[in-house]
Design a protein around this ligand. Structure first.
Ligand code: NAD
Length: 458
C-alpha cells in the first residue's frame, strides 16, 4: 500500500470528479493517500469536496481530501497530477459553434474529418491548449518526478504538445476503447473473457485483434454484418435513446467496409463529412438522435451534464441520502486509478494509454501521441514496438488526422491568421476565401476571445 499525493486540476469536472473519487475510495492499495482537489470555480470545488468527504466517511475509506484554488500549491511535490480542466465551460464553445454556423459551418469551424466530437477543441482550443501547457510547466517545475495524467480533451493534441514542449512524464487517457465490449456482446461473448487490441490516435482507434481463447472473432463480425446487422438496426432505430449508442451503427459498419478494420469507441463519431453533412445525414448513419455530436445528441448530452450536476449537489448536501446508494459497489471501468495504483505500488498491468509513438505503431512519427496498449508499473510505461495498421488506415485516416493536429499545434504555438484560413480552405464546407475570413472574424470577435484574437491577428 503506497501513500501518494494526487493533485486533480479541474476537480469540478462533471464528467470525471465523482468517478475519480468513487474509484479512489474503492482502491485500498492507495489508502493513506492525500488528494488535492483544485479548481478555479469555488462553487464546483465546494460541491466536489463535500461529496468526496461525505462519501469517504460513509465508506470509512482512508483518503484525505483537501480543496484549493491554488494550482501551484496543489501540484507542488505531487506524485500524480490529473488534469480534467476544461477552459471556459461548455457554454463558451457553444457560442463559437453558433457563430460559426451563421457562416455556413455546421457544428462549428472546429469540426473536421476524423474529429467531429463536440468537446474535442482543437483549432479553436487556444485557451484549452494554454491551460494544459501551463499545468504541465507547473509539474515540470514543482513536481518534476510526477506523472501527469491528461484526461481533459483534446487528448491527442495535448499529449503530443506536452510531450514535445516539456520534460514531463505524460500519459493521455480516454475510455473510448471500451467500445470493444459492445462488439463482443453483440457476438454473444462475455467482454471480460475476450482479448482485444485497438490502436491508432485517440478517438481514431481500430480493432486489430478480437479473440476468445485464441480464436479470432473477426469472422463472426463479418457474419454479424452480413446476417444480423439489418435486423439490429431496425430495432435500434426504434429504440435508440442514448445518442452514444453507436458502436454498431451503420456508420461503424460502413467504416469497417471502407477501411478493413472495425472502428472502436469515439472513432465511430468521426469519419469524413460523408457521415456528417447535416442532421439528416447524421440520422441516417447514427440513428434518430443523429449521434452524440448532432445538435440533438449534443443537447441531450449537455442536459444530462446539467442533471448530473444537480444530482451531485443533492447527494453532497442532503445528509439523509446515502452517497453509496447512487454508485455501483465496485470500481468503474475507468483506468485512471488502477494506473496510479500500478505505478505507486509497482504492480505491472496492461492499460490503453496515449504516449509518444517512439516506434509503437509502424509508419507514424516518433513524436506524435499514439493510443496503444502498454505495460505500466513503478518502472514506467513499456511499449510494444512495431504494431501494424493497414496502409488505407495509415494514409487515408491517420495521416490526415495527424495533419490537423499539427496545424492546430502550429496555430497555437506560432499564432498568425493564415493558418486559421488555411484550416478552413481544406474544409469542404468552405465555398470562398471570404466565407472563411468572415467566419474566423466572427469567432475572434467574441468578447471572450480577446486574447485569442491578439494571438491570431498579431
Ligand atoms: P466541466 O466544465 O464540467 O469541468 C471542467 C472543470 O474545469 C470545471 O470545474 C472548471 O471550473 C475547471 N476549470 C476551468 N478552467 C480551469 C483552470 N484554469 N484551472 C482549474 N480548473 C479549471 O467539463 P467536463 O464535461 O467535466 O469535461 C472536462 C474535460 O474532460 C473536457 O475536456 C472533456 O472533453 C474531457 N472528457 C474526457 C474524456 C476522456 O475519456 N478522456 C471523457 C469525457 C470528458
Amino acid at each position: 500500500m503506497s501513500r501518494v499525493k494526487i493533485a486533480v486540476i479541474g476537480a469540478g469536472s462533471i464528467a470525471w470528479s465523482s468517478k475519480i473519487i468513487h474509484d479512489l475510495l474503492h482502491t485500498p492499495t492507495l489508502f493513506g493517500s492525500e488528494v488535492v482537489l483544485m479548481d478555479i470555480d469555488q462553487g464546483r470545488l465546494r460541491l466536489v469536496e463535500g461529496f468526496a468527504k461525505r462519501y469517504a466517511s460513509e465508506l470509512g475509506a482512508d483518503i484525505k481530501f483537501i480543496a484549493t484554488t491554488d494550482r501551484r500549491e496543489a501540484i507542488r511535490d505531487a506524485d500524480f497530477v490529473v488534469n480534467t480542466a476544461m477552459f471556459g465551460g461548455h457554454s463558451y464553445y457553444e457560442k463559437m459553434r453558433e457563430v460559426s454556423e451563421r457562416h455556413g459551418y455546421y457544428r462549428g469551424v472546429n469540426s473536421t474529418e476524423w474529429n467531429m466530437v463536440s468537446d474535442y477543441h482543437t483549432i479553436w482550443g487556444y485557451y484549452q491548449f494554454k491551460l494544459a501547457l501551463e499545468v504541465a510547466r507547473d509539474v515540470e517545475e514543482l513536481a518534476p518526478e510526477a506523472w501527469l495524467l491528461q484526461l481533459a480533451n483534446p487528448v491527442f493534441e495535448l499529449t503530443t504538445l506536452i510531450s514535445r514542449e516539456t520534460r514531463v512524464k505524460v500519459i493521455g487517457l480516454c475510455h473510448g476503447h471500451l467500445g470493444y465490449k459492445e462488439i463482443a456482446r453483440a457476438l454473444g461473448y462475455d467482454p471480460e473473457k475476450v482479448e482485444f487490441e485497438a490502436i491508432g490516435f485517440n478517438h481514431v482507434i481500430w480493432l486489430t485483434k478480437l479473440t476468445y481463447q485464441g480464436r479470432d472473432l473477426y469472422p463472426l463480425i463479418d457474419e454479424w454484418v452480413e446476417r444480423r446487422a439489418s435486423d439490429y438496426w431496425e430495432r435500434w432505430r426504434l429504440t435508440q435513446r442514448d445518442p452514444f449508442d453507436i458502436q454498431l451503427s451503420p456508420a461503424a459498419v460502413d467504416m469497417y467496409k471502407r477501411y478493413g478494420l472495425f472502428p472502436v469507441g469515439d472513432t465511430v463519431r468521426g469519419g469524413t463529412w460523408m457521415y456528417h453533412w447535416d442532421l439528416r445525414t447524421k440520422q441516417r448513419w447514427y440513428g434518430p438522435t443523429g449521434g452524440p455530436d448532432s445538435e440533438v445528441g449534443w443537447m441531450l448530452y449537455l442536459a444530462r451534464h446539467e442533471w448530473y450536476t444537480g444530482l451531485l449537489e443533492r447527494v453532497a448536501s442532503d445528509p439523509r441520502l446515502s452517497v453509496s446508494s447512487f454508485f455501483p459497489p465496485a470500481r468503474t471501468d475507468e483506468s485512471l486509478i488502477p494506473i496510479i495504483s500500478s505505478i505507486a505500488n509497482d504492480q505491472p498491468a496492461v492499460y490503453q494509454v496515449n504516449i509518444p509513438n517512439m516506434g509503437s505503431i509502424d509508419g507514424l512519427p516518433d513524436n506524435v501521441a499514439v493510443e496503444v496498449p502498454a505495460e505500466v508499473s513503478g518502472k514506467g510505461v513499456r511499449r510494444t514496438l512495431g504494431l501494424k495498421l493497414p496502409g488505407k488506415i495509415l494514409k487515408a485516416v491517420l495521416w490526415p488526422r495527424m495533419m490537423r493536429m499539427e496545424m492546430a499545434l502550429t496555430a497555437f504555438l506560432e499564432g498568425g491568421r493564415q493558418i486559421l484560413i488555411d484550416w478552413l480552405m481544406l474544409d469542404p464546407r468552405t465555398k470562398s476565401e471570404k466565407q472563411a475570413e468572415e467566419a474566423w472574424e466572427a469567432v475572434l470577435s467574441l468578447p471572450e476571445n480577446q486574447e485569442m484574437a491578439r494571438h491570431y491577428r498579431g
